[in-house]
Structures are given as structure tokens and as C-alpha cells.
Ligand binder design. Structure first.
Ligand SMILES: [Zn+2]
Length: 128
């Protein structure tokens, strides 16, 4: 894995544990389930959580391999789901499928509201 070690070091200087810093940098600051950018938006930033891919309550470890950077919405949708797979990638894919199914209704509703706003000229891209 090509981890930006100097960025990890800077995160540690900001009082992150080495493990959390590694998780953050490995994920490039994005939710590993839905891809939302958690770094460049102040509100998204408040949604940052560290998810145990295999839930701690079901024997998952605190090691970085079992941690995923997650937004609050995905972490809430995942709850204590036990993903299937052997490699980290397989476990993430399994969790992603579960989360996307659980988020489906809320995401559809959000898209409808967002579309209506756009149709009425309220574009999120051009707001200042
Ligand atoms: Zn997410």
C-alpha cells in the first residue's frame, strides 16, 4: 500500500492516534462506503466516524485493517452488520452492499428534494 507517511505524521501531530491517522490517510479523507468527501466540507467533517468493519461487538479488532473511515449516515446504516469475505476489500464490498440497500430510501428522497431545488434554480454548485 502506498501510504502518504508525511501526511500521517502531520495528523499524529494534530493529536490523532497513529491508527486513526493511518485510516484517515488511507481513505484519502473519504467515506469508504459512499465516497463522500469528509475533509473539504465543514458539515461533512462533523460526520466523521471510524467504523469497525467487523463489529467490535462481534469480535472485530481495533487494528487498522479492521477500521474504515465512514460518514455517520453509512455507519448508522451499517450498525452491527457482519460483512462476508476474507480480504479487507471483500469485507468492504459486502458492507457497502448492505449499507447501500439500507440507505436506498433516504437517498432516493434526498435526490428528489435536491432535483426540485435545482429545477427551481437553487443550485448547490453556484451558491456563495
Ligand atoms: Zn458514507
Amino acid at each position: 500500500m502506498n501510504l502518504n507517511e508525511s501526511l500521517v505524521d502531520e495528523m499524529v501531530r494534530l493529536e490523532y492516534s497513529r491508527e486513526d491517522a493511518v485510516v484517515f490517510v488511507r481513505a484519502k479523507g473519504k467515506c469508504e462506503y459512499c465516497g463522500v468527501d469528509l475533509i473539504h466540507n465543514r458539515i461533512a467533517w462533523d460526520s466523521v466516524q471510524f467504523d469497525h468493519i467487523i463489529p467490535k461487538s462481534k469480535g472485530g479488532s481495533d487494528k487498522t485493517d479492521n477500521l474504515a473511515l465512514s460518514c455517520k449516515i453509512c455507519n448508522n446504516a451499517k450498525m452491527t452488520f457482519y460483512p462476508q469475505g476474507v480480504t479487507r476489500e471483500e469485507l468492504l464490498l459486502s458492507a457497502k452492499a448492505h449499507i447501500s440497500e439500507r440507505r436506498g430510501h433516504a437517498d432516493d428522497f434526498y435526490m428528489k428534494v435536491s432535483k426540485i431545488f435545482n429545477e427551481h434554480g437553487y443550485s448547490s454548485e453556484n451558491s456563495t
